[in-house]
Design a protein around this ligand. Structure first.
Ligand SMILES: Cc1cc2nc3c(=O)[nH]c(=O)nc-3n(C[C@H](O)[C@H](O)[C@H](O)COP(=O)(O)OP(=O)(O)OC[C@H]3O[C@@H](n4cnc5c(N)ncnc54)[C@H](O)[C@@H]3O)c2cc1C
Length: 466
């Protein structure tokens, strides 16, 4: 039997031959030693996701080039790891075994179809570019999953969410069509500029959220909406999380669907204030940030005032309504920079999703378990849709204590009818937890789907399922 070093030598030789062939075909190929930033994404290093050593970076410029790469890799049974902006938080884009990182950064075409309210774009178009092109054409792309250097392909592959999912949904709600390259190198085109399409099993929705394990997305048709006209941001401090979440339920019952409905703890706001240099209006232990959008100032003012009224009835002492663009931007900046300020202090960013009304119970039970194990947790997140970001801070011996804490949180989430990930995906960091989240039957179906799309297991191996 060949030992590991023998196997790795063979892969190394195969990679050299692939590099030579691809270069001859005019495809850009690099050695990861010269471009090490392609080996990692934004997953906290504390989670110990390790990139392999023998890695090629390829940068195809067209669907045809992706197909050539996958055909060659398939023939040689070499793993291929699709990569977008590398902003993922679950290690999805990290090449965890020797192989090829397929970067989509050169897939940069975009065309806006104003009449059909959509963009047809290459997978490498970033969120920033998509928003800007949509706005130039008098339209908008509402979802906003945090980091604007995320790509269309990456957002589709992770079914990204973000603060606006509350009103405008997640990435899945914006994908009308996809072009994707299978592990065999075959190109498939799914959906189209269509709102309705019931022709057979929906393979397009199977690819959305598949984290690069079923196919490489090369192009997408993305739904756009008319532009936002006016917004108002309301900041409301509460003494307790119960009051804050009861107010969330009341706001929704009242028929207001905010653009964003965020819950933020005092500790988190203080960190955001420090990084941004901006001040949050009066804050308390549990704070809501509610953004509403509407046709004109009258509409957003009336919604903001109604939210204030509801929150005061639910125990808030006051509320701060920001109407000016700068004031609103400042509040958003404090909220957006919280993670930046905590990056070096946290073990992981969890993104559990629970039924929204269960948020107080979930957070309280988790905090109590964390305290018993000597951890402190900073919480904030998307209260309107039940997706909470928990940040366990590093403590002495966190390495040995943390796995148990994470398992406990996931167990509590499951007991409350929740999911281990509402946004960031399974990748490699939640792979073993997925088995405990879903039934055996469901897990086996997932494995068979993987096998049907990628029988040799070359696409992003080691992620989601084996
Ligand atoms: C500061 C910060 C804030 C964030 N906020 C949010 C948030 O609010 N909501 C949210 O949902 N996420 C958030 N994220 C996570 C991240 O931005 C999203 O997961 C994003 O969708 C990843 O896109 P990407 O292009 O960077 O993908 P990458 O990180 O490059 O890859 C992510 C996964 O997609 C696969 N992939 C990438 N491109 C393709 C393709 N063309 N075809 C097939 N598979 C592909 C990769 O293999 C990998 O499994 C945040 C991250 C950061 C750093």
């Amino acid at each position: 039997m060949m030992d590991n070093s023998g196997k790795r030598e063979i892969i190394k030789e195969k990679l050299e031959k692939i590099a030579e062939k691809l270069s001859k075909s005019g495809i850009e190929v690099y050695n990861a030693r010269d471009q090490p930033s392609y080996l990692y994404d934004e997953t906290p290093p504390t989670l110990g996701v390790k990139a392999a050593e023998n890695v090629l970076i390829v940068k195809p410029k067209s669907t045809h080039e992706i197909s050539q790469i996958l055909k060659l890799a398939g023939e040689q049974k070499i793993p291929v790891f699709p990569r977008g902006g590398g902003t993922g938080l679950s290690g999805g884009a990290v090449p965890t075994s020797d192989g090829i990182v397929l970067s989509t950064e050169k897939l940069k075409w975009i065309e806006i179809d104003v009449e059909n309210f959509c963009a047809v774009c290459g997978a490498g178009i970033t969120l920033r570019e998509l928003i800007s092109e949509a706005e130039k054409n008098g339209l908008s792309f509402p979802p906003h999953p945090g980091d604007e250097s995320a790509t269309v392909g990456g957002m589709i592959a992770t079914n990204a969410g973000g603060v606006r999912a509350m009103k405008y949904g997640v990435m899945r709600n914006y994908v009308l069509g996809l072009e994707a390259v299978l592990a065999s190198g075959d190109v498939i085109r799914l959906g189209g500029k269509l709102i309705k399409n019931n022709a057979g099993y929906n393979l397009m929705h199977l690819l959305i959220g598949s984290e690069g394990t079923l196919a490489v997305v090369s192009e997408a048709i993305i739904r756009l909406l008319p532009p936002f006209k006016r917004t108002a941001t309301v900041a409301i401090p509460f003494e307790s999380i119960e009051g804050a979440i009861e107010a969330v339920v009341e706001i929704l019952k009242d028929g207001i669907i905010p653009l964003a409905l965020e819950y933020v703890e005092r500790k988190a706001l203080e960190i955001g204030e420090k990084v941004s240099g901006k001040r949050w209006p009066p804050k308390d232990e549990a704070n809501l940030m509610v953004i509403v959008d509407g046709r004109d100032e009258d509409e957003v003012v009336s919604m903001a005032e109604r939210i204030e009224e509801i929150c005061l009835k639910k125990g808030a002492k006051n509320a701060y309504i920001a109407m000016g663009a700068k004031e609103q931007r400042d509040l958003l900046e404090v909220r957006s920079l919280i993670y930046e300020g905590m990056k070096d202090l946290v073990v992981e960013v969890l993104d559990v999703s629970v039924p929204p009304a269960k948020i107080p119970e979930y957070i309280k039970r988790c905090n109590s378990e964390a305290e018993k194990m000597g951890f402190q947790i900073v919480n904030y997140g998307h209260a309107g849709d039940g997706n909470i970001h928990q940040h366990p801070l590093k403590v002495e011996d966190w390495e040995s204590k943390y796995p148990k804490l994470k398992k406990t949180f996931f167990r509590i989430a499951k007991e409350l009818g929740g999911s281990i990930t509402g946004e960031h995906g399974v990748g490699i960091v939640k792979k073993s937890d997925l088995k405990e989240q879903v039934s055996e039957v469901e897990y086996e179906l997932m494995r068979r789907v993987k096998q049907a799309f990628d029988p040799e297991g070359i696409l992003n191996p080691g992620k989601i399922v084996d």
